[in-house]
Design a protein around this ligand. Structure first.
Ligand code: G5P
Ligand code: MG
Length: 227
């Protein structure tokens, strides 16, 4: 890799942050850190912080900024000198400022996906709770219905993927994301991408990352779909 590269993917619930981060990680050999994954990990560990986090996530509410920054920043501090990609963090202006005090991002990609597309996707989403692996019954189904490809363990659906919870998550997302996007726009690092299908968005993101990182991707996820 030519130089250190730090990026973040923003987008509403179900916009494909996790799916795209996984592709970027594989194509560009970049590690990614998912806020949702770490939150679920802390819930599973049932620590004092995990019990607090559960009370927010179960009600489809944003976890308070000080909890999020305490969860994410120490992990990033351990990656000083390495390149990385963030999925779902920062999500508020306060989180973005806390991150800025640690390091400057090179690129922020904001996924702009219509509500109806999000609703359809999430009602069809299944996850492997322990690893956070995500499936969609139409887009990327598991090899065996209802079972994780790697462990064979049962897949579950998150409560906050139900339509009523989803609408409130989307409304809230818009309100808190705007000042964050304004900040990154003012820094000249924000790229917004619109579309209804990850496979159609992916070639654009692939080219963008290649140009910004000055390297050729491995091609693991290059698609034949025209932009
Ligand atoms: P999470 O886990 O970060 P969300 O709500 O931000 O949760 P989510 O639900 O994980 O985001 P995503 O990662 O943007 O969505 O999308 P995804 O999982 O890749 O794709 C969604 C589904 O669509 C999948 O089934 C996928 O296979 C499918 N899919 C993808 N592309 C396509 C396509 O082209 N076509 C089709 N048909 N399907 C497709 O955070 C969980 C909670 O933690 C808290 C919040 O409460 C949040 O709700 N939280 C925070 N709180 C405060 N600050 C933060 N920074 C926080 N981070 C998390
Ligand atoms: Mg996700």
């Amino acid at each position: 890799m030519a130089k250190l590269f730090r990026a973040a993917i923003m987008g509403p619930p179900g916009s494909g942050k996790g799916t795209i981060c996984k592709r970027i990680a594989q194509s560009f050999d970049l590690q990614y850190l998912s806020s949702g994954h770490y939150l679920r990990e802390s819930i599973a560990a049932n620590t004092e912080a995990g019990v607090l986090v559960r009370s927010y996530v179960e009600r489809s509410m944003m976890v308070p900024d000080h909890v999020m920054t305490r969860l994410m920043l120490p992990r990033l501090e351990q990656l000083i000198g390495q390149s990385w990609l963030l999925d779902g963090f920062p999500r508020t202006l306060s989180q973005a400022r806390a991150l800025n005090s640690l390091c400057q991002l090179d690129l922020v990609i904001s996924l702009n996906i219509p509500y109806e597309t999000l609703r359809e996707r999430l009602s069809d989403r299944w996850v492997h709770a322990a690893s956070g692996r995500v499936y969609n019954m139409g887009f990327n189904p598991p090899r065996v219905k209802g079972k994780d490809d790697v462990t064979g363990e049962p897949l579950i659906q998150h409560d906050d993927d139900k339509p009523k919870a989803l609408l409130s998550r989307l409304r809230h997302y818009k309100d808190v994301a705007k000042p964050v996007m304004d900040l990154y726009k003012s820094q000249g690092i924000l790229h917004s991408v619109s579309g209804t299908e990850t496979d159609r968005i992916w070639p654009y993101i692939n080219s963008l990352l290649s140009a910004k990182m000055h390297i050729q991707p491995s091609g693991a996820f290059q698609t034949q779909t025209p932009p």
